[in-house]
Design a protein around this ligand. Structure first.
Ligand code: B12
Length: 210
């Protein structure tokens, strides 16, 4: 018997196999695809986020949960060919030039995706010119910059300055994050916001577009 609670549990436990089986049986029983995503898969991730924030779950477990959720979403998407999945907004995110850390940025991407945002994840070591080109191509509402090194924090300022010089700054909201970053630093370099973790990043993005 297909069950959204089992699906949710599978995501919380990071059980890819269980999530795939349960998603399939939910689909086979004729359940609505968006309900499977929102009330099963995303509902599970909504438990994982706060547990991670509270220190009750750790990065490898969160990544397994995210992987399980993504596997389920892929299955649902494959049958939702004609249904528009509503999007909360488009976010372009990348780790700035010189910085190779991406675990936190990827968690932010996953949490945004599971909250209905369309996310273009550019990867690591992204120079300002590449951010500018991607903004022109993808036309996001929000651009997220990540940095984990005190040295590469400065590349966040360079990126914002470059976007301003290119006339792109006013068409987007810039949010920043990463362990050494603070709200004061965000203000100092002219960003629109800062979030200390992935859950807060979702709230920030929702607030900026709301
Ligand atoms: C894993 C790691 C690495 C891995 C990275 C692997 C990968 N794929 O990311 C590797 C081994 C490659 C690495 C390399 C280096 N690292 Co390193 N690394 C770490 C470590 C241990 C964990 C980082 C992490 O993933 N944390 C877990 C995630 C979930 O947390 P997070 O990144 O902070 O992200 C959260 C928030 O910050 C926020 N967030 C993050 N990004 C964004 C973006 C936006 C838009 C928003 C809103 C929010 C947001 O949300 C996230 C989720 O909750 C940290 C130590 C630490 N405790 O931070 C050192 C650390 C960051 N590294 C450090 C250093 C020095 C280096 C190296 C220079 C080491 C060397 N000598 O080679 C190189 C630099 C390479 C480079 N050019 O980038 C130092 C930085 C010191 C400093 N103040 O500058 C640290 C602090 C370790 C230390 N105590 O010395 N590192």
């Amino acid at each position: 018997m297909a069950n959204l609670e089992t699906l949710k549990k599978g995501v919380i436990e990071g059980d890819v196999q269980l999530v795939m089986e349960e998603t399939r049986s939910c689909l086979d029983s004729g359940m609505d695809g968006l309900a499977i995503i929102n009330e099963g898969l995303v509902a599970g991730m909504n438990v994982v986020g706060p547990r991670f924030k509270a220190g009750e779950m750790f990065v490898p477990e969160v990544l397994m949960s995210a992987k399980a959720m993504a596997a389920g979403v892929e299955l649902v998407k494959s049958v939702l060919v004609d249904t528009e999945i509503p999007t909360a907004g488009k976010v372009l995110i990348g780790t700035v030039k010189g910085d190779l850390h991406d675990i936190g940025k990827n968690l932010v991407s996953i949490m945004l995706e599971s909250s209905g945002f369309e996310v273009v994840n550019m990867g690591v070591d992204i120079p300002p010119e590449q951010f500018a080109a991607a903004i022109r191509e993808h036309k996001p509402q929000i651009v997220g910059l990540s940095a984990l090194l005190t040295t590469t924090m400065l590349a966040m300022k360079d990126t914002i300055d470059y976007l301003r010089a290119e006339g792109l700054r006013d068409s987007i909201k810039v949010v920043i994050g990463g362990a050494p970053v603070t709200a004061d630093f965000a203000k100092e370099i002219g960003a629109d916001g800062y979030a200390p973790d992935a859950g807060a990043a979702v709230e920030l993005a929702q607030g900026l577009l709301g």
